[in-house]
Ligand binder design. Structure first.
Ligand SMILES: Nc1ncnc2c1ncn2[C@@H]1O[C@H](COP(=O)(O)OP(=O)(O)OP(=O)(O)O)[C@@H](O)[C@H]1O
Ligand SMILES: [Mg+2]
Length: 1021
């Protein structure tokens, strides 16, 4: 067989959490008590619980048993995401949780097709009901549903608020204490969908209806009705919106509780009643009964005129007869008289005040108790998928049972109720130990490992003490109740002493020796339960066991028009002469049935612990917890579980977790799983006494062996993580590369295809044309016909095109030019003309020309204010002025001047004085260098005496000045461009020379032979 590691990771997937490192273990404790080294130490057990509780880890396993400590605060661990995380994951792979138990039970039911049950126990306020609700929610959320099933799912969930309203109350221990035991079956079909449900209820605490201890309340429904019921409803029921007005609600002096919102709860219950399918008339009758209980509480008795005992509260009686649907006079009679049958004759005898009060209370309890049972029946009807299916679990459906039942109770004063509850726990403990041992033994047997007998405390003799026929506690109680004569609680105690005296687990004041005697009162007896000793007060045992309602009261109620009551009190009850079963016997029988039900199923356990009495979060009261650990039998449970091997795990899971610790099993083991585990443990150096190999599991004897393996894994983890990361990244990149490559290939082939198709189309087109051409050529001398028309057209077209194209081109250019010229502004036109002239003169001639092109020519570089002062202008106006530097012809002294141009002459001016006038007629030519300098020489006709000789000027805007001067003087063709030097005339036939050379910067200096040497930088290559 080839074994491959399971995939791990992803959202909500297996999260392998084992608090493995030593530091984590020190801080958070171990998640399974079987891993406690010192497993026999109660202190170590409690310390482990305390550490985990401190870290908000409220769940811990003892093997497959879940221990839960009530956090008394909302922990964010019950969301849908958490549910998903636990779904389908093996019990041990993930931290302990109620969802893990739920899921494991569900999967066991589906795979093994065996009915399951989850037993939830713990003392009041330990979180049993919350746990059972969490389990139901888990199934409601994670199991498959159809339309029909979603209705059922709602009903299953909604049965809780209804039962809690009628069966829960605020007690000193718990604001929402369940005052009845509950066993609920959820039925699943072959697909694993819930298809039905059934509830069994046990021993409702009816005495609460008429009396509550200080600080406690009656059942929630009374307060919900008064707080939430509409005014119309209350008026109809004759009620006032004030709980203080009702005798049955004031005993505990606690009408309001901060953690309870009766008004909102009323709405929830009203809705839930509809969802579970109660008709409106039934609901109405239900309120009538609840109201009548309150009226009964307010029904008072007093002495009449003749000294007889009579009802003194008439309005209450009127409401009672209306709400209970009975005859008022008959009810009055029944509440104050009793019917006796002596020697076959019926006699009516009046009741004393105390008797009447007791009869009234008995009626209230009976009515409420039976109504509660009726509600359970109704809920069962609404949850039933098909009765026959429910009754035969052999069909295709399977069942998961949830038992939320009262835990062991020890109060200051313990009575009949505590006796029943503790007896129930004694039976469940017996079942628990038996089944735990049995399952241990079965597991060893299945795995082929020798079973070593385990010693455990067998509480069978305590159970026998209570329930044995004829000799047991309950038989004696029943006998005393039925005995003619004057049986009393004290005579019952005596009988107990006579019959049970000498039993190791039964003690009374009389039977006890000196030390114990002090601890047991004269009207008490002590039972030594598996969980500890409990003293019970014998007072009230007989009455509570009889639970009698006077016959005439029963007769009246049996006549009731109220539908609910008529279903609760059958008429045959009155005619039936057989004595009804006593409360203890009823309880014993229902318990026996429950044990039978549980025995037929595979059990899982949730043991709830209350960390403190104050309902506070974060407080861990060690003494209180120790007490619960003791009476929940957790140490005994751990001892049994650890008797052989501390830890066991199926080969696959073990190999999956630790395979990386051995080169032989890493990364994958290819052979049989058992061989893989053998290779692994041998590599890890396990000693033979430390472990055993079963058929499918490895058993490890000591926790320290497992811890050292865990620590080795922890040390190995960084390397593993690195390997995983590397492989993952490699895989991811490879996958990405393949994806990209694939995409590239697709794009390439599509592109090539497209290109080829295009080429083919073009070629085909070309071939067609060539073919047409050849044909046309062959037929060119024929008349126009289809064969030659293309050829002829083409010939004509190309001829015309050649002819016309040059012409058209020119025309087009002209046209564009005209269009441009038409749009042009006069100033711009002038500018363009000047620029065109500059281009003609300087383009490719002067180095500084390209840089001058983008600079626009301006009208004048000097403004008119600067040359207005000149007196000799006559009619001429200065059209352009610019600042220049004039160089003397001899000595080349530089002098600042203004060069002004008019329409007929140019002049050089200095400080408003005319220095030189050059008529345009006398201007022969203008010389400039080809370099980037700004020198220009104006050559003047020497024969004209009026004129001085040539002028050497330098100007920053030489191209602009020369262009303007050439235009105004009309000397466009007289501009010379000189490469190396310019020769100019000095007075009296002498000549001067300016030499031009290229250099890094503009420099003007006197050179050799009296020349002026101008160096100019090269601007353009
Ligand atoms: N897992 C939990 N998370 C948060 N709060 C919880 C949890 N379990 C219990 N509680 C709190 O403790 C209170 C008592 O719990 P619950 O009613 O389940 O106790 P119980 O064991 O059913 O007691 P009783 O025997 O009196 O019915 C709850 O109302 C709730 O406030
Ligand atoms: Mg409860």
């Amino acid at each position: 067989m080839r074994y491959r590691g399971r995939e791990v990771g992803g959202e909500g997937r297996v999260n392998l959490v084992m608090e493995s490192t030593l530091t984590a273990r020190d801080r958070m404790g171990v998640q399974d008590f079987v891993l406690l080294e010192n497993y026999t130490s109660e202190a170590a057990f409690i310390e482990n619980l305390r550490r985990r509780f401190g870290e908000n880890l409220i769940y811990t396993y003892i093997g497959s048993v879940l221990v839960s400590v009530n956090p008394n605060k909302d922990l964010e661990i019950y969301s849908k995401v958490h549910m998903e995380r636990y779904r389908g994951v093996s019990f041990y792979e993930i931290s302990p949780h109620i969802f893990a138990v739920s899921d494991n039970t569900y999967r066991a039911m589906r795979t093994e097709r065996r009915d399951q049950c989850i037993l939830i126990s713990g003392e009041s306020g330990a979180g049993k009901t919350e746990a059972s609700k969490k389990i139901l929610q888990y199934y409601a959320t994670t199991c498959p549903v159809t339309d029909h099933m979603s209705t059922l799912r709602d009903r299953l969930l909604q049965s809780n608020p209804v039962l809690e309203a009628f069966g829960n109350a605020k007690t000193l221990r718990n604001d929402n204490s369940s005052r009845f035991g509950k066993y609920m079956d959820v039925q699943f079909d072959f697909r694993g969908a819930s298809i039905g449900g059934h509830i069994l209820n046990y021993l409702l605490e009816k005495s609460r209806v008429v009396h509550q201890n200080h600080g406690e309340r009656n059942f929630h429904i009374f307060y919900q009705l008064l707080e939430g019921g509409k005014q119309d409803l209350l008026s109809k029921l004759g009620l006032e919106r004030n709980a203080q007005k009702y005798q049955y609600l004031v005993k505990g002096c606690c009408p309001r509780v901060s953690s309870i919102n009766d008004k909102n709860d009323w709405k929830t219950v009203r809705k839930a009643l509809t969802i579970i399918g109660l008709r409106e008339d039934e609901v109405e009758d239900l309120w009538n009964i609840i109201a009548s209980v309150l009226h009964l509480g307010n029904t008072q008795f007093g002495e009449g005129e003749n000294g007889e005992n009579q009802i003194t509260t008439e309005p209450q009686l009127k409401y009672l007869s209306k709400l209970l649907g009975v005859d008022g006079a008959a009810l009055r009679e029944a509440l104050t008289h009793k019917k006796l049958t002596a020697k076959g004759e019926e006699m009516i005898s009046p009741l004393s005040f105390e008797q009447a009060v007791a009869a009234r209370d008995a009626l209230a309890k009976a009515v409420y108790g039976r109504t509660f049972t009726w509600l359970v029946v109704k809920i069962n009807q609404s949850l039933a998928f098909k009765d026959e299916v429910y009754n035969s679990s052999k069909g295709s459906s399977s069942v998961i049972g949830l038992l939320d039942i009262y835990g062991f109770e020890v109060f200051q004063h313990n009575s009949f109720e505590q006796f029943c509850i503790n007896y129930c726990n004694e039976k469940l403990q017996q079942l628990f130990i038996e089944l735990t041992l049995k399952s241990e033994q079965e597991e060893y047997k299945a795995e082929g490992i020798t079973w070593e007998p385990v010693k455990y405390f067998d509480n069978k003799n305590i159970c026998d003490l209570v329930e044995e026929k004829h000799k047991g506690f309950i038989s004696i109680l029943d006998e005393e109740c039925l005995r003619p004569g004057e049986p009393s609680d004290i005579s019952f105690l005596k009988k107990l002493e006579d019959t049970l005296g000498g039993h190791a687990h039964f003690v009374t004041h009389k039977l006890a020796n000196g030390k114990t005697r002090k601890a047991v009162g004269r009207e008490e007896f002590r039972l030594i339960h598996y969980a500890g000793e409990v003293n019970y007060t014998v007072n009230g045992f007989l009455d509570k066991n009889n639970d009698l309602l006077y016959r005439n009261l029963k007769e009246v109620i049996c006549q009731s028009d109220n539908q609910v009551l008529s279903q609760c009190f059958h008429r045959e009850e009155v005619t039936d002469q057989k004595r009804p079963e006593t409360a203890a016997t009823q309880f014993k029988n229902s318990l026996a049935k429950l044990i039978e039900i549980l025995m037929s199923k595979e059990p899982s356990y949730v043991r709830c612990i209350k960390p403190n009495d104050a309902k506070q979060s974060g407080r861990f009261d060690e003494a209180l917890v120790r007490h619960q650990v003791k009476y929940l039998g957790l140490m005994e449970n751990l001892r049994v579980r650890r008797a052989g091997f501390a830890y066991r795990r199926c080969y696959e899971a073990f190999l999956q977790r630790y395979k990386s610790l051995c080169p032989g099993t890493w990364p994958n083991w290819e052979g049989r799983l058992a061989d893989g585990v053998t290779t692994l443990v041998q590599h890890l150096g396990y000693k033979p006494e430390e472990y055993k190999l079963g058929k499918t599991k490895i058993f490890i004897r000591y926790p320290k062996t497992l811890f050292s393996t865990e620590d080795a894994l922890e040390a190995r983890r960084p390397a593993l993580v690195l390997t995983l990361q590397t492989s993952w990244r490699g895989y991811r990149e490879r996958a990405k590369y393949h994806r990209i490559r694939q995409a590239v290939l697709v794009i390439q082939s599509a592109w090539r295809g497209m290109k080829s198709r295009q080429r083919t189309r073009r070629r085909r087109h070309a071939v067609d044309i060539i073919r047409k051409f050849i044909k046309g050529f062959i037929y060119r001398h024929y008349e126009r016909c289809p064969e030659n028309e293309y050829f002829l057209d083409h010939q004509r077209f190309s001829f015309l095109m050649t002819l016309a194209s040059e012409h058209l081109c020119m025309l087009c250019m002209q046209n564009m030019m005209w269009a441009y010229c038409r749009r042009i502004q006069p100033e711009w036109k002038k500018q363009m003309e000047q620029k065109v002239l500059a281009s003609q003169i300087f383009k490719h001639q002067k180095d500084s020309y390209p840089q001058s092109v983008p600079k626009l020519f301006v009208a004048s570089r000097l403004n008119s204010e600067e040359f207005k002062v000149i007196p000799t202008l006559g009619n001429d106006k200065v059209k352009y002025g610019v600042t220049v530097t004039k160089y003397d012809r001899r000595g080349y002294k530089a002098r600042p001047r203004q060069l002004l141009l008019t329409s007929s002459f140019a002049m050089l001016v200095s400080e408003a004085k005319l220095k030189q006038r050059i008529d345009y007629a006398a201007l022969r030519s203008i010389s400039v260098s080809s370099l980037s300098d700004g020198f220009m020489v104006l050559h003047v006709a020497s024969e004209d005496n009026k004129q001085k000789s040539d002028v050497v000027l330098q100007c920053d805007h030489v191209i602009e000045v020369v262009t303007k001067l050439a235009t105004m003087a009309d000397k466009k063709n007289k501009v010379n461009m000189s490469q190396d030097s310019i020769t100019f005339a000095v007075a009296r036939g002498k000549e001067g020379v300016i030499d031009f050379t290229s250099g890094p910067e503009l420099k003007v200096a006197k050179g050799k032979k009296g020349h002026l040497l101008v160096t100019a930088p090269k601007l353009n290559p």
